[in-house]
Design a binder for this molecule. Sequence first.
Ligand SMILES: *[C@@H]1O[C@H](CO)[C@@H](O)[C@H](O)[C@H]1NC(C)=O
Ligand SMILES: *[C@@H]1O[C@H](CO)[C@@H](O)[C@H](O)[C@H]1NC(C)=O
Length: 777
Amino acid sequence: MHLSWLLLLLSSMGAITVLVGTNTVITPKNMLTTTNTTKPGCQRKCGNLTIPYPFGIGQNCYLQGSFGIICNTSYNPPRAFPVIPYSDFDILDITETQIMIRTTIIASRCQNSQGNVTFETGNLDMWGSPFTISNTANKLTVIGCNNYAVFSGSGDTAESYQRTGCISLCSIETEPVPGHCPGLGCCQDSVPFGWQGFTISLFGVEDEQGVNSIARFLSNQSCSYAFYAEKGSFIFGGASDLTLNNFDVVRNRIMKQLNMVLDWNIKLNTSCKMVKMSNSSINPYLCQSNTRCIDTEEGGYRCSCLPGYEGNPYLKPGCTDINECIAGPNNPCTMACVNSPGSYKCSCPRGYTGDGLKSGIGCVRIIDKSSSALNKFTLGLGISLGIIILLIVAWWFSTIIKRRRIIKQKAINFERNGGLLLQQQMAADESVVAAIKIFTVEELERATDHFIEDRILGKGGQGTVYKGMLSEGRIVAIKMCKVIVDQNQCGDFVNEVIILSNINHRNVVKLLGCCLEHEAPLQVFEFIPNGTLDHHIHSPISEFLITWRMRLQIASDLAGALSYLHSSSSIPIFHRDIKSSNILLDDKYRAKLSDFGTSKSVAIDQTHATTRVMGTFGYLDPEYYLLGQYTEKSDVYSFGVVLVELLTGQKAIRSTLEEEKSLTSWFLSHMENSRLLDIIDSQVVKETSKEEFLIIAEIANRCLNLDRNRRPTMKEVLLEIEAVLSLHLPHANEQIEPKSRQMFSETSNGVFFSPSTFYLENSSSSSADVSLLNNPR
Ligand SMILES: *[C@@H]1O[C@H](CO)[C@@H](O)[C@H](O)[C@H]1NC(C)=O
Ligand SMILES: *[C@@H]1O[C@H](CO)[C@@H](O)[C@H](O)[C@H]1NC(C)=O
């Protein structure tokens, strides 16, 4: 938008308006009000009447005889009579075009009781004068019953002689209406144009009703009047004006109202053109300078000042310019006014528009208008820009706040999830730093497609496990803990992370990292493809039955891992929740100890345990249950249960109708009665020699000893199982991998552990609390 262009347009519009303003012209002023009314040295007034030239009082004061006036001061107020006594009248008023005269011209017809009729006729004679009788300003009026008035007259020639009149009748039935003259008691009529004289006569109407109608008002007497006078000056009084007693009253009233309007010309029987042509001393052109000549209807001419001029147009030097710009009420301009001959110019100062006229638009602030428009424009622009900026800023702020809140929430989560503890540990032990990767929430969200349902591998009391793929393409299992409300559990989480970071064992599920920023802390483990041991042993629809060789290998792997945890690692670690569902099988069906799919709380719920003893019913060391003291031998007991599971293929809690619901007591009773063969898995019996599973059963028997002191250590167990494994020859039905022995030897060096249920002995306050809680005393 070009603002300069807009301004130019507005200012040019203003200029046009000013031009229009200059063309406006005011009406000329009446010559009677101006100073040069009369000839110098002549009497200006007669009483209240101002006498303008061409009228005048005294010699050389008027144009010609017809305009001469005698002011008779013997009257009070003085009266102005024409010098030439045309008729009986005097002059009441003089304007530029008309004079008002007072006459006594009346016609009457009266009839007395004897039937004698008296007449009176009215006459006006102004032939040869410059005056004509106005036929529009005057009216012929007749008052009376059963009369008609004849009104005859002419202009300045005999040929123009005309007659007119009206009849006034009275009716017995109808009363005349006051103020109305339709022919009932009163009639009115106009007269032809241009008369300079007339005669009025009244005549009686001889009709059948006549006598009666007269009798009604007047008995046999009547009086009628006819007169020609200014329209509206006499108001008919109705029936009262027709009664006998009122004749003289009515007459007197009429006489007072006998005023008549005459038009006047400077000269009749000529025209402006003729006068200008034959301009001579006998017939001079009388219009002075700055005047115009006007041809009149009456056949003469008059002079008038040009517009914008004032003065007497018949007197030298003529009309003079009106200075309209003289300050005062007559100044036509609201602001600037410039007078010019015959005209003036109203203008508006810079920055204003309009015609500048008081009678017109006046002056309106142009700058105000444009600037206000501009202001509105810029204001609107500013407001909308402001709103946009405000929105952007608000959006920006909200995102910052959101981001900050997220960051803050992350920090809060981090702290609550034990991040500070982890940091401490990391600071203390550099190996932790090396082993643990701290993942961001975004990374893990990307890995699991924002934790969608499809990716769930399993759900447990501790949380949900998702299958995920890291950006480098590694498949991982991501455990999302349940939202932690208990601060102690946060300690557990970090504790677990620290423990796992310290363990690097083939038969322990490897912790790759964790994420503490998330609301629920996240752990990232290597992905173990073949599910849990529990599933393979107990699921009746399992496609692939694990062989005795595999079972031995799993027992060996598990014993190795536990042995490692109990003795080999720098601080002894107890798994505390060894069970078949916590043992995962990799692609080669080697065991990986973990706690996936289980948790302390769920274990308690599922086992209907009344105390907060950790572990799973069926695997639980009875001594621990009684004393609340967990030792490495408690792990051994649980391991024994797993061995029995491997031997019998039964669940730790048997779902049978028999009395012995507990697998261990069931197993032990059969051991005592040497009825072991009855309970060994048929698959095992098929695949191996009796010696082998008897040795394993014996190990299990010792592990399940109620006296924990008589249980073997995991190291001892490991050695015995390894011995069996080394002696084991593949059975005819058995499919064995050729490299298994080599793998075994590798494994034998390793140790097992399981993540979340391991505790650092004497180092974890939470475990101490748990011990106290679990102590039945
Ligand atoms: C003025 O009027 C009176 C009464 O009509 C008359 O007698 C007198 O002569 C008049 N005077 C002049 C100067 O005409
Ligand atoms: C009017 O003027 C014409 C010529 O201009 C003349 O013949 C005529 O007589 C005049 N009439 C009267 C009444 O003066």
